[in-house]
Write a new protein. Structure first.
Length: 94
């Protein structure tokens, strides 16, 4: 699901289903709340994991990667609407 690195960075690799998202939010994020300053989401899709991570980790910054410009723009707009855009960037890896 996620891999913690020694430099307070987390890489998020997860599938998209409601149970996985609930476990991510309820079980993983509380464990790493004070230890992560940067995260990467690879294959952002709709950006739900980035949104939840930015919401629960107020000091973290994130970078979302995808090959779909549509997914990246949608995810960034979600970050803007929720007030996280200053802590989030998107990158196309096509």
């Amino acid at each position: 699901m996620a891999e913690m690195l020694s430099n307070n960075t987390i890489y998020i690799f997860v599938g998209m289903d409601i149970l996985t998202l609930q476990n991510f939010v309820k079980k993983l994020l509380p464990l790493i709340k004070d230890d992560v300053s940067l995260f990467y989401e690879v294959g952002v899709g709709c950006g739900m994991y980035s949104q939840k991570t930015l919401e629960i980790l107020p000091n973290a910054r994130g970078i979302g990667f995808d090959i779909s410009d549509y997914s990246l723009e949608f995810t960034y707009r979600v970050a803007e609407v929720h007030g996280y855009a200053t802590r989030y960037e998107i990158r196309n890896l096509d």
